[in-house]
Write a protein that binds this ligand. Structure first.
Ligand code: ZN
Ligand code: ZN
Ligand code: ZN
Length: 392
């Protein structure tokens, strides 16, 4: 099953103190403003694995395998002078979408592009997106990665011409008033060619020469099995989050943020094989709470704010309340999938599904109910018996 984990990465260039949008995963880049070499490789890995000031460790593979959404910040004050020390990375799970029309790219097209070393074309608007088959570096980052889409080091249709027509603006020298021609290669401290005096370019001029660039969306394509998804869920819901604040933070926000974004998507919910498996595993899973969990308050206060502890039941609640709120515009395929594959559906959802206008949804629910009754008590007990194991 293909699953995309998506990145938008921004770093502050230590040379010119401006935002630099990262265009390639795990590659070093050159600042377009000042030409400084930006060493990024380890930063991305570190931001994933360790809370910058708590020092807690987390398995990045598990984060990428899950359908999770969140932000990773890294302020590395121990970075040497001149090294990138400020780093912001938005990560989210969604299908890999066409950057022009937002239509999800076809999974078979993606696989075809990887094996034929060519860009992937959007089926709706024919826009090409560069594809970089997973190399050694990417495989080390995630052993099940198969490609990175929209990576500037990928196979492209027409390599993007990087602002080849540079914009020229005229600026009056602050000493002699002569017109100075400036472009994006001009220095912030520009010498007047008439009077030789130096002009420090004001922000308004500088920003026009270097307009803000949105970070590129980079899609890391993984080829996962169902067991990878199960292991991710086990990882997050059987570990002691009270000794690992990064783990706590992810359970606290990344699960529900993904669900919120999933149902809010303008193009409707996406239904890949991998996201269907995720819902099936997540909504059928049960985890016993440790006695430690039971004693602790639902909220925990850390230096960074108040965290509400999410348990698996809370995540399911978030799913079903979003499902209900979006019900009117949900596609039938998702309703049918939930009706047919989830063992414990809350009554208020069961009620909606049983009255759904689509017969296929009502039938799936009926069939699911009768299969539930057929589970023998012994089997049921065995399935529930293992701590931390999945129900379905
Ligand atoms: Zn720079
Ligand atoms: Zn398109
Ligand atoms: Zn001058």
């Amino acid at each position: 099953m293909l699953k995309s984990y998506n990145f938008e990465i921004q770093v502050i260039c230590p040379g010119c103190n401006t935002n630099h949008p990262v265009s390639s995963l795990l590659a070093d880049e050159t600042c377009e403003n000042c030409g400084k070499e930006l060493i990024l490789n380890n930063l991305i890995q570190q931001s994933f694995e360790t809370g910058s000031f708590t020092g807690s460790f987390i398995d990045r593979i598990k984060i990428m395998n899950g359908f999770l959404t969140g932000v990773f910040n890294n302020q590395n004050s121990s970075a040497g002078l001149g090294a990138v020390s400020e780093f912001k990375m938005m990560c989210w799970s969604h299908s890999a979408d066409c950057e022009e029309c937002k239509t999800p790219l076809d999974e078979s097209d993606i696989l075809d592009s990887i094996s034929n070393k060519k860009p992937v074309f959007c089926r709706k608007c024919n826009h090409p997106m560069p594809v970089r088959p997973a190399d050694e570096k990417i495989k080390q980052f995630h052993p099940k990665a198969v490609a990175v889409i929209n990576d500037s080091k990928g196979f492209d249709h027409n390599p993007k011409d990087v602002d080849s027509k540079s914009k020229t603006i005229v600026f009056s020298c602050m000493t002699c008033g002569a017109g100075l021609k400036l472009d994006n290669h001009s220095q912030r401290l520009s010498k007047c060619s008439f009077c030789d005096n130096e002009n420090y370019l004001p922000d308004a001029v500088w920003n026009r020469l270097h307009p803000y660039k949105e970070p590129e969306r980079i899609y890391l394509i993984l080829d996962l099995d169902e067991s990878d998804l199960k292991e991710t869920l086990d990882y997050f819901f059987t570990r002691n989050i009270f000794t690992n604040y990064l783990l706590l933070g992810i359970r606290n926000t990344h699960f529900s943020d993904f669900i919120g974004a999933y149902f809010a998507s303008e193009n409707g919910v996406f239904l890949s094989d991998s996201v269907k498996s995720w819902w099936k595993i997540l909504l059928n899973s049960k985890y016993e709470r440790t006695s430690k969990d039971e004693n602790i308050n639902m909220e925990i206060e850390l230096a960074t704010g108040i965290f509400k502890i999410l348990y698996i039941e809370d995540v399911k609640d978030v799913f079903f309340s979003n499902f209900r709120n979006a019900y009117g515009k949900l596609n039938t395929e998702l309703k049918e999938f939930i009706a047919g594959n989830i063992i414990e559906i809350p009554d208020y959802i069961r009620d909606l599904l049983s009255k759904d206008s689509a017969e296929s949804v009502r039938l799936a629910l009926e069939k699911n109910k009768s299969s539930e009754k057929q589970i023998t008590p012994a089997l049921k007990k065995e399935k529930k018996g293992f701590f931390g194991k999945l129900f379905g």
